[in-house]
Design a protein around this ligand. Structure first.
Ligand code: ADE
Ligand code: ZN
Ligand code: ZN
Length: 260
């Protein structure tokens, strides 16, 4: 019996190590959602308040992760990331994965929210998904290589723990920073009108390519098995904070456009 328990424990731990991580952690997604909330126009505030029964965007920002364990929602797994082949110049919708990807996901959510014939419950579902996905889009490794599952297969040590580079970017730097999502939001950088406009300008694919380019740099800056800690944090945490803010401002732009 003891052996059986030990074997189960080992296989379970292996499974845990191998399972692909996903997403800015809960704190990151909430910060992005709250920044978006603070940048909504009146019309968007009203429409969204109605769809979400008065809840804030931050409250629903992790819904797309919460449903992952439900087999009914398994098909949405690939919607959290997009892998454009390193040799490809750009994203080609016609050649994209039939299982869906982050670009198709965001487009679908926008389409449902704009659709006068969509039901309230369809709108609620796709709004919750959209809030999450625009966050994911700003985690560079969600626009990484398919060959290493967006960095999930690049093993690193995070301080003294086994990890991978995707997870370091999803949650471990943010968790190490030890701020709540509201503290992160209070401490976002003040931007001028033109800085804000520059961030919100552009189309979905421009933002995708921006993350993809960042991911390439980050891939170049890490080796399999590398130990990361204070200096990695010092170098990259400003980028993480900036990405959370950009995600929030762009999510607000998308929502303000939908309800304009
Ligand atoms: N999570 C799971 N698989 C992934 C992939 N291929 N790219 C990015 N994130 C992922
Ligand atoms: Zn992730
Ligand atoms: Zn996600």
């Amino acid at each position: 019996m003891k052996k059986l328990i030990a074997a189960l424990f080992v296989s379970f731990s292996l499974f845990n190590v191998q399972a692909a991580d996903s997403d800015w952690g809960k704190t990151g997604h909430r910060a992005t959602a709250e920044i978006a909330e603070n940048n909504l126009n009146k019309k968007a505030q009203e429409a969204i308040g109605d769809i979400l029964d008065g809840r804030r965007l931050a409250f629903v920002a992790n819904y797309a992760d919460d449903i992952k364990s439900d087999p009914e929602y398994r098909k949405y797994g690939p919607w959290h990331y997009v892998n454009i082949h390193p040799d490809a110049k750009k994203y080609v919708a016609e050649e994209a994965s039939e299982d869906g990807d982050l670009v198709q996901a965001i487009r679908k959510c926008i389409q449902v929210l704009k659709d006068k014939d969509a039901t309230r419950s369809e709108k609620q579902f796709h709004l919750k998904m959209l809030v999450h996905f625009v966050g994911d889009l700003h985690q560079p490794f969600h626009v990484g290589h398919a060959s290493d599952k967006g960095g999930n297969d690049i093993q690193v040590r995070w301080f003294n723990d086994g990890s991978n580079i995707h997870r370091v970017w999803d949650s471990q730097m943010i968790d190490f920073y030890q701020m709540s999502y509201t503290e992160l939001v209070i401490n976002t950088r003040d931007l001028s009108k033109s800085e804000r406009k520059e961030i919100q300008d552009g189309k979905l694919l421009d933002w995708v390519y921006e993350s993809r380019e960042m991911a390439e740099e980050l891939y170049a800056g890490v080796e399999n098995g590398e130990k990361l800690g204070y200096s990695y944090m010092y170098e990259h945490m400003p980028t993480v904070l900036n990405q959370l803010q950009k995600g929030g401002l762009r999510l607000a732009k998308i929502l303000n456009d939908i309800y304009s």
